[in-house]
Design a protein. Sequence first.
Length: 276
Amino acid sequence: MMSENKTSASRGERLQKILSHAGIASRRKSEELIEQGRVTINGKIAVLGDRAVSGEDSIKVDGRRLRAAPSHRYLLFNKPRGCLCTASDPQGRVTVLDLVPGGRQHGMHTVGRLDYNTEGLLLVTNDGDFSQRVAHPRYGCTKLYEVKVKGRPEEAGLKKLRKGILIEGRRTGPCRISAMAVSSSRPASNTWWKVSLSEGRTRQIREMFLRIGHPVQRLRRVGIGPLRDPKLPVGEVRDLKPGEVEALLAGSTKSGNTKSDSGGRPKQRRSRRAGR
């Protein structure tokens, strides 16, 4: 479908990029807003492929004019269990943005998602391009998790998970799984594992271990690309240092070229929702 807007294809930027830079949403989410007819340019409903000039063209989302692009902000949050990675919840449950210090929530969104009962490191930003690079499986930014499961999985089951299994008709990508040291000498009814993966399908780790008969008891993310912060208390947030932002962007490229424990190179996959 050709756009009727008078914005020329030879000038300006793609509309979803402008929305992303303004902190409205990631590029992918901005595309959804456009497809839903919620974005207008100079009074006319926009379509995918439209271009505009920020500051010259009148761009509105749900009838509200787009503000000038704010300076980018990057936060690291240690998410507790029992809160949602969403801007608001109709049931009134606590969200990640509710826990971000006052005055810093506007235009911010989480980079990918952690499910309601998963805790650990989560990035919050208003930079849509940054979100895309860190969250999209195409760029291969690995995420590291510590996983407590019921019982002790056998090596045969772990090998299947490392190679990839079918979940809802799609095979998961190769991943790394290794046992964590146990301090007690008593037989453990639960065991801890480290899992590193670069894709982010909904409840993926929980579903993986459930498939081999070892339900997840506790799940926390402890690393995003090269980023670690074991001293950040649960429920606390801090600004990323410029060097950490650069390392995350560089790491998303490097980790996309690493090999899996099974010896194969992770395949590039189509866009999937991040979060477990």
